[in-house]
Ligand binder design. Structure first.
Ligand code: PRP
Ligand code: ZN
Length: 296
């Protein structure tokens, strides 16, 4: 029988840009997570893990205080929390997760001229990230007024609340829709797996290690492809030199003296031009297939 203390608590955002991919990533790791939106707590059957769906702003604090053990948050949120808290927070980055790439950026209305950060002097800048913005402004010797808003930052200039904004930009659609343009990148963000700094009991640390192995396997698999092709024995060397990010391809004999099949895991995207080069080097029946999971 497991005691409650043996379980690992993972904090995920209840809503927002990270939810969908965070849940998908954990599902690929073999965790069964019930999708119900109103359920704020989910007990995973396959591993001793509990998932908590929380307001994103609360996650760094709950992890730092040891109320949750792991969490998935954006680098933007972690940076804001660390800069806003004078005492060193007890929270560490375990690994970037290779999704939710975006910039925390300063944007101005299209009508405003801009050549350097000096042009921000004396302006009002609206943001949900006051600590990061304050840090950026003081590093650049800019004196501007920070207007702290909880959301809907992009409409601040139109409402005459601010002259510029500092907000997340992903596709850029929100800026375009609000007639603004990005002029400074303050922080490059992506999703991170974070953990509390203090060590847990050995059972929980083992669970975290298992989860991490799976996570790394899923992320690597997502970035890898399995390639198969046939070629003549004479062209093996040429062909293998063309395979991107593959160390030791498998060469399989075919039912024809002079022909072999080459199978390889490529840790990089395989583009059409690589496939064309492989064909020019004598490859035929070239197949590129996705890999679902990977473990060394
Ligand atoms: C962010 C940001 C913008 C939008 C930018 O909001 O505040 O509104 O995404 O994305 P885009 O460049 O692809 O248009 P988010 O969806 O995280 O929600 P929030 O502002 O309500 O917190
Ligand atoms: Zn927004």
């Amino acid at each position: 029988m497991q005691s409650r203390e043996d379980r690992v608590r993972i904090a995920l955002q209840k809503n927002g840009r990270l939810v969908g991919e965070s849940v998908a990533l954990l599902k690929h790791c073999g965790l069964h997570i019930s999708a119900s939106k109103d359920e704020l707590f989910c007990r995973v059957r396959e591993l001793p893990i509990d998932i908590l769906f929380l307001r994103d702003d609360d996650i760094p604090e709950l992890i730092s205080k040891g109320k949750c053990d792991l969490g998935i948050i954006g680098r933007n949120l972690l940076a804001e929390y660390c800069l806003a808290n004078a005492s060193e927070p007890e929270i560490d980055v375990v690994t970037p997760l290779d999704f939710a790439y975006c910039d925390l950026a300063i944007a101005v209305p299209n009508g405003r001229t801009y050549s350097s950060s000096k042009d921000l002097d004396g302006l009002k800048i609206a943001t949900s990230y006051p600590a990061i913005l304050n840090d950026f402004l003081s590093r650049n010797g800019v004196e501007a007024e920070i207007i702290h808003l909880g959301g809907a930052v992009e409409i601040a200039p139109r409402m005459n609340i601010a002259d510029a904004i500092c907000d997340l930009v992903s596709s850029g659609a929100t800026l375009a829709a609000n007639n603004m343009r990005q002029v400074e990148t303050v922080l490059e963000s992506e999703a991170l797996l974070v953990r509390r700094r203090s060590k847990l009991g050995s059972a929980q640390e083992q669970t975290i290690a298992r989860l991490l192995t799976r996570l790394r396997g899923v992320i690597r698999a997502q970035n890898s492809k399995y390639i198969m092709l046939n070629c003549s024995r004479a062209s093996i060397e040429k062909i293998t030199s063309l395979l991107p990010g593959s160390e030791a391809p498998t060469v399989v004999n075919l039912n024809r003296e002079d022909m072999v099949a080459i199978h390889a895991v490529c840790q990089e995207e395989i583009f059409w031009d690589t496939m064309e080069q492989l064909r020019a080097a004598g490859g035929s029946t070239i197949l590129v297939v996705p890999i679902e999971k990977m473990m060394d």
